[in-house]
Design a protein around this ligand. Structure first.
Ligand code: ATP
Length: 306
């Protein structure tokens, strides 16, 4: 095999409940991940033994590191280390997921690189084994391998799949620039301290779980929750206007995706996603818009073209 291409989805958090900071600097979370049809693609081809290299094309490609800091390169190196062999690959990432946008694009690329290199190098590791390697690379990597809808606990890496009926339709408003996940968590802690709020132990929300099981978009829209949202809005003030614009134009629910600054709007149908996307584009409240649906599978090998 000379090259392997893997398609990997972005995620939106339907519930992101953040507990108090832990001694290791992370927070205990209840993180309901939902994989949506906005995909990066990673192609791995035979490379120099022992080292992997990367090139990046597409959405905000210039903001992605091209050295050993690239999460896809880290993933390839971690997999080679696990195999105990001097393996290398040339990686090409085609980005559609916004960089530092709160949709776990870097983690998605790491997951795709694990699947692509596992196949290219003929290692035969299971998805479970790749998820274990992925958890050391980043809390969101195991979910990008699994896809669908899942509850993450711990720092988000302990995953349990959630049955979701039907298909949910989304509009994503991409912002200028990105937000640092670490800074958004720090701002969340600062805001809580400033108002004397004690973070409780996070729990999966029953209303949200029921809405997912029933495929009930109306109820899901009301149940969407993100504890990081006030912090993201503090660090990026224009997002409040973006969220309000979507609500005023009929979104069933609106929230900042993960640590932001991408805003996510849940709507009733594909046609409504298209209408809301056009309306938000005309209102000028964001850089660009994409429509998508979920849930979709995690990192998947694209069959080679004949
Ligand atoms: P999350 O939602 O997991 O907090 P995010 O979507 O906000 O993450 P990413 O797109 O994953 O953010 O990027 C975070 C940082 O990771 C970027 O600023 C970039 O420097 C770095 N990075 C490393 N590898 C990649 C990659 N393959 N794609 C995008 N960013 C990467």
């Amino acid at each position: 095999m000379t090259s392997v291409t893997v398609r990997v989805p972005a995620k939106v958090n339907l519930q992101l409940s953040v507990g108090p900071p832990r001694d290791d600097g992370y927070h205990d979370l209840v993180n309901v991940f939902h994989a949506v049809s906005l995909f990066d693609e990673v192609t791995a081809s035979g490379g120099p033994g022992g080292a992997s290299t990367v090139a990046v094309e597409g959405e905000s490609a210039g903001a992605v590191p091209l050295d050993g800091e690239n999460l896809a390169v880290k993933a390839a190196h971690a997999l080679a280390a696990r195999a105990g062999r001097p393996l290398g690959a040339r990686l090409l990432i085609r980005k559609a997921i916004p960089v530092a946008g709160g949709m776990a694009g870097g983690s998605a690329d790491a997951a795709a690189a694990l699947v692509a290199c596992n196949e290219l190098w003929g290692l035969g590791l299971s998805t479970r084994e790749l998820m274990e390697i992925g958890a050391d690379l980043g809390s969101d990597v195991p979910f990008a391998l699994l896809g669908g809808t899942a509850v993450g606990t711990g720092r988000g890496e302990k995953l349990a799949p959630v049955a979701a009926a039907g298909r949910f339709h989304w509009v994503f408003a991409l912002a200028e620039g990105g937000l640092s996940t670490a800074k958004v968590y720090a701002e969340c802690d600062r805001l809580r301290e400033a108002i004397g709020e004690q973070a409780g132990w996070p729990q999966p929300a029953e209303l949200l779980m029921g809405a997912l099981a029933a495929g009930d978009a109306q109820t899901l829209g009301k149940a969407l929750v993100n504890d990081l949202q006030p912090a993201a809005l503090m660090l990026c003030r224009p997002l409040a206007r973006t969220l309000a614009a979507g609500r005023e134009r009929g979104a069933l629910g609106a929230l900042v995706s993960g640590s932001g600054p991408t805003c996510a709007f849940l709507v009733e149908s594909e046609a409504q996603a298209s209408d809301l996307s056009i309306a938000l584009d005309l209102s000028g409240v964001c850089r660009s818009l994409v429509t998508a649906y979920g849930p979709v599978p995690g990192a998947t090998i694209v069959p080679a073209q004949r």
